[in-house]
Every structure is written in structure tokens, then in C-alpha cells.
Design a protein around this ligand. Structure first.
Ligand SMILES: Nc1ncnc2c1ncn2[C@@H]1O[C@H](COP(=O)(O)OP(=O)(O)O)[C@@H](O)[C@H]1O
Ligand SMILES: [Mg+2]
Length: 332
């Protein structure tokens, strides 16, 4: 069981954004702090957490669309970034293996380009062998793959509905035949009525093309059914990661318990037992995150140690990771 291949592994990944905070003074938004996780080939790893907790930054930093501030990224057995070792590989060869689907399709499609040009843009870079009719055929094939029709190639993005625009975004990501796709809240900007169509399509494509997904959502109920494993983030850090079923049934971290208390369970007896937990206070700013455990200011179980020392990211039971002093004490 533990023989599965890890397609991607990040270690202590960090992203700090510099922001001017006064004359000659710079502060840093610590958007992603010491994130360590891996993704098995062919799986969907869901990433959940409130808006602003660093999900998009994590996804884009993994792809190095945003340059990391520290840590290490290994993809398909090759180190593509390692701050301490001074490795910063050229990403061009990896762009055809690692792609992204954006949250807001209308903002991510160039309004001056036709759908055919948008979908074909990466082919021109990565598939120089495709010329003339072969190039057009490939674009038509991609449009059909995502349920659009070939006449759509000559139209512009604004002529399409949100769901169709997201299909164009998906076709663009698929064009180069990637192995790994970051799906950054791909359905949250879409009408509820078409969200499941797009999710189903992503699932079918995954099976057909053996894709590996990092699937970002702010709502755990969106990812729990489609993810093999789920990772929960709070204020730039991962607080818990486990198989979806296990995470939803036996959440360890108080923050995960809070998120799940808002979601109805399939097992009604359990739902009754599970009181809705409401957190006090607002999410602190990543410009000045709390010392110790970043969640301690809102945690109903916070102890003295939580205010002083960041909890270690540890594995409890097979594949169940958590960063919490209380969990560490209970499992000591
Ligand atoms: N380019 C940037 N410059 C400064 N701060 C940023 C930038 N991008 C994101 N942030 C900040 O980083 C934090 C995480 O943002 P983001 O990754 O977009 O969160 P999420 O996707 O979970 O909503 C937020 O506080 C956000 O304001
Ligand atoms: Mg986001």
C-alpha cells in the first residue's frame, strides 16, 4: 500500500510577499509557511481553508508561477526548487507537465484572443511538431473533449457562459497533456446548477488521462467526495492531512473539527452528536501571525504551550498528519 509513487513532494515550502509598510520599511505577508506534503500519482488531494489562508499562493508556488521564498519542490523524481541547495530549475520543460485551472474563468481568458488561439497558445510553445491541419485538429479535439464544439474555436470568450468559459480554461490546461493540474476553486465562480457538471467532467478526465489533481476549495463539502485525501490549511499553514473518509470521520485538529461541524454528515446519528462549533474572533492577519500555534487565538482548547511553540507537523497513524499540541499530548 505504501508503494504508491509520489508525483509531487514539497518540503517546508514558504512564500512571503513583501509589502511597503512605511518609508523605507518593508513587512512580509507570510502567506505560506513551512508547508510539507506529497501527492500520489493519480490521486486528488483536496486543499481546504477559509478565504485568505494561502490556498492559491500554495498552488501557484508549487507550480512556480509565483517564486517561493524557501523550501523544496520535487516533481516526478526531479528537484525543481531547493532554496538551501540553490536549485532553481528552468520551468519551461515542466510547464507541459504541470498546469493550472483558475478560479475565475472570465478573468483568466484573454478577451482579445479567440478560443482557438487560447487553447492553442501552449501548443505553439510545447508542440512545435503540430503544424497546419494537425494543429487545428488538435484544438478541435480538445474542444470536443471538454464538451464544446469545433465552431467555437473562432469565437471570443465573452460570447460564452461561465461554465463554457471554464471548459475553455480546462481545454487550455489539457492542451499540453499535463500529468498534474492545480484546480484552484474551479467551480466556485460558476452557477450552482452547472458546478456538478464541471466537477464530473474533471473526474472523468482524471480517469481517462491519469491526471493528478491538487483541488482547492474553501468549502470542505465541495472536496470531500472527489478527494482521495484532504489537507486543511489555516493562516498559511497546514494543520491536518488525511484520507478524506478518515479526516471527515475522525478529525484531530480543533480547526478541522470546526470546519466539519458546519457540514451535515451522511450518518445522521453522528451529525446529532456533532455540535456546530463557532469560532470566536476573526482570522488574524498573515502580516503578523500569532506566535506559537497560529490557531491558538481562536482555539477552544489553547494551552500555554500553544502560545509559545509552534506545534510539529507529525504523522499519527498511517497517513494521518496533524500539527497540534493537544493531539501530540493525547497521543504521546
Ligand atoms: N501578490 C500579493 N501580495 C501581497 N499579499 C498577497 C499577494 N497574494 C496574496 N496575498 C496575501 O496572501 C494571503 C493568502 O492569499 P491567497 O493565497 O490568495 O489565499 P486563498 O486562496 O486561500 O484565499 C492573503 O492574506 C493575501 O492577501
Ligand atoms: Mg484563492
Amino acid at each position: 500500500m505504501s508503494e504508491r509513487k509520489k508525483l509531487l513532494e514539497v518540503t517546508n515550502l514558504k512564500k512571503y510577499f513583501p509589502v511597503k509598510s512605511g518609508f523605507l520599511k518593508t513587512d512580509y505577508v507570510r502567506a505560506v509557511e513551512d508547508v510539507s506534503l506529497f501527492i500520489y500519482e493519480g490521486e486528488t488531494l483536496g486543499v481546504v481553508g477559509e478565504s485568505g489562508c494561502g490556498k492559491t499562493t500554495l498552488g501557484r508556488t508549487i507550480l512556480r508561477l509565483i517564486e517561493p521564498s524557501g523550501g523544496r519542490i520535487e516533481f516526478d523524481g526531479e528537484v525543481i526548487y531547493d532554496k538551501d541547495a540553490g536549485v532553481e530549475k528552468q520551468m519551461l520543460p515542466y510547464r507541459s507537465k504541470m498546469q493550472i485551472i483558475f478560479q475565475d474563468p472570465s478573468a483568466s481568458l484573454d478577451p482579445r484572443m479567440t478560443v482557438g488561439e487560447i487553447v492553442g497558445e501552449a501548443l505553439a510553445v510545447h508542440r512545435k511538431d503540430l503544424k497546419g491541419a494537425a494543429y487545428t485538429d488538435r484544438i478541435n479535439e480538445l474542444l470536443e473533449t471538454v464538451g464544446l464544439n469545433t465552431e467555437h474555436a473562432n469565437r471570443f470568450p465573452h460570447e460564452f457562459s461561465g461554465g463554457q468559459q471554464q471548459r475553455i480554461g480546462i481545454a487550455r490546461a489539457l492542451a499540453v497533456e499535463p500529468d498534474f493540474i492545480v484546480c484552484d476553486e474551479p467551480i466556485s465562480a460558476l452557477d450552482v446548477s452547472i458546478q456538478s457538471q464541471v466537477v464530473n467532467m474533471l473526474e472523468d478526465l482524471q480517469e481517462e488521462k491519469h491526471l493528478t489533481y491538487l483541488f482547492i476549495a474553501h468549502d470542505i463539502s465541495v472536496v470531500r467526495h472527489i478527494s482521495d485525501r484532504i489537507c486543511v490549511m489555516y493562516l498559511g499553514q497546514t494543520v491536518e492531512l488525511a484520507e478524506s473518509y478518515e479526516l471527515c470521520r475522525e478529525p484531530m485538529h480543533p480547526y478541522t473539527q470546526t470546519l466539519l461541524s458546519a457540514v451535515p454528515l451522511p450518518d445522521p446519528d453522528k451529525t446529532k452528536q456533532r455540535e456546530r462549533i463557532l469560532l470566536e474572533g476573526d482570522i488574524p492577519s498573515p502580516l503578523n501571525p500569532p506566535a506559537g500555534c497560529r490557531f491558538h487565538t481562536r482555539c477552544p482548547y489553547a494551552m500555554d504551550i500553544c502560545k509559545e511553540q509552534p506545534p510539529a507537523w507529525k504523522e499519527y497513524g498511517e497517513g494521518h498528519f496533524c500539527a497540534c499540541h493537544k493531539v501530540a499530548q493525547e497521543n504521546a
